[in-house]
Design a protein around this ligand. Structure first.
Ligand SMILES: Cc1cc2nc3c(=O)[nH]c(=O)nc-3n(C[C@H](O)[C@H](O)[C@H](O)COP(=O)(O)O)c2cc1C
Length: 378
């Protein structure tokens, strides 16, 4: 029975190779921040209210001027297409049908153009600043041509935090194949047939656009050579001056950075530690959400990600001032478990949990959510 995101995670674990599962499930170094994201959400308790008329509860809202059926979006995740064949297309379709935004990562398997053609709906597009700014410029133009409704610039990856699980599983560049990997992959024949022999098997946004780099391995090498440790707020302004639409800055954990993001022209910021995959020892996203909300002070929208596994988690983020949450791992597990239907199921589960949480805290709408829903920390 699939009753929770944890059930989808269990199913995903059985369906995809361990290296792919761990790539999503893991964090950097000792995984302190990864665990803190979930633990700090769990430590918040609700203030139960009774005898409030909750016969009409709505979880609908708006983000950046667009209507959402619930305050949630799908976060950008690289290589989603390895969790299920055509993963990004399926994720984008499920999100569009549900009425929530989908954010495509530059490091996706399906390209911007593929997703646009397959869904016919606007989506958000995420990029990193690369050494080759000409490539960033080209991506901006492609996102404009695909009528992407927002550009999300990720700020917290000037270089890559080390993920020990990936190294141990041989997910290096070049990949290290061990007998264990080969055996593990061989025990997932459906995944091999659909993903390894599927139509889309490389970095869709890069293939054909990087002179001299063909194939997954060359493109992965190219990507690794493109991390730019010199990036700074002037580069954000460079993007701002080239992107006429909504700009979302992702990876803000600090009040001072929140003010810099505002000054750089953000329409929204995402309070995020990259799902515990970058600075290990950074605070959980939920613990710094109030600080960032305070610094932004209503001047742009504040989104939140890191550890959301349930509608209750979304309610906690809303109570602390987020306009909406984003899900990375919960989406990937659902996708790996059952493709588009899996993602739809995950969204249904979360929406139902959010509705019940609203009702039992006496909250009838997103606008009415606030700190009064919380009892405090356990
Ligand atoms: C497998 C995986 C790949 C990711 N790839 C990207 C990416 O390409 N760009 C990006 O900005 N964030 C990326 N993220 C971070 C997510 O956008 C998001 O911040 C994070 O997953 C939120 O935490 P959660 O997984 O606990 O929901 C990735 C996360 C995961 C799990």
């Amino acid at each position: 029975m699939i009753l929770s995101i944890d059930d989808l995670r269990d199913l995903a674990k059985r369906r995809i190779p361990r290296a792919i599962f761990d790539y999503a499930d893991g964090g950097s170094y000792r995984e302190l921040t990864l665990r803190a994201n979930a633990a700090d959400l769990d430590a918040i308790s609700f203030r139960q209210r009774v005898m409030v008329d909750v016969s009409a509860v709505s979880v609908a809202t708006t983000v950046l001027g667009g209507a959402l059926s619930m305050p949630l979006a799908i976060a950008p995740t690289g290589l989603s297409g390895l969790f299920h064949a055509d993963g990004e297309i399926l994720g984008a379709r499920a999100a569009a049908a549900f009425g929530i935004p989908f954010c495509l990562s530059t490091m996706s398997i399906c390209s911007i153009e593929d997703v646009r053609t397959a869904t016919g709906q606007p989506f958000w597009f995420q990029q990193y600043l690369m050494r080759d700014r000409g490539f960033n410029q080209a991506l901006i133009e492609r996102a404009l041509a695909a009528q992407c409704s927002a550009l999300m610039l990720t700020l917290d990856l000037p270089l890559l935090g080390e993920r020990h699980r990936d190294a141990r599983n041989g997910l290096n560049i070049p990949p290290r194949l061990s007998l264990r990997n080969v055996w593990d992959v061989a025990t997932k024949p459906a995944w091999v047939r659909k993903v390894m022999f599927g139509k889309r098997r490389t970095f869709g946004n890069l293939a054909g656009h990087i002179p001299g780099a063909t194939g997954m391995l060359n493109l992965a090498e190219w990507t690794h050579s493109q991390f730019d440790a010199s990036v700074n707020w002037r580069d954000v302004e460079w993007v701002r001056s080239r992107w006429p639409g909504r700009l979302i800055l992702k990876g803000v954990l600090d009040a001072e950075d929140a003010r810099f993001a505002l000054a750089a022209g953000a329409d929204a910021v995402v309070v995020s530690n990259h799902g515990g995959r970058q600075l290990d020892g950074a605070p959980s996203s939920i613990s710094v959400l109030p600080e960032v909300v305070g610094a932004i002070d209503g001047r742009c929208e504040v989104l939140f990600d890191g550890g959301i596994r349930s509608g209750q988690d979304i309610a906690k983020a809303l109570a602390l001032g987020a306009r909406a949450g984003l899900i990375g791992k919960s989406y990937l597990f659902a996708l790996a478990a059952a493709g588009e239907a899996g993602v739809t199921r995950a969204l249904e589960i979360m929406r139902n949990e959010l509705r019940v949480t609203f009702a039992l805290t006496g909250t009838t709408s997103v606008a009415a959510a606030g700190r009064h829903m919380l009892k405090g920390l356990k």
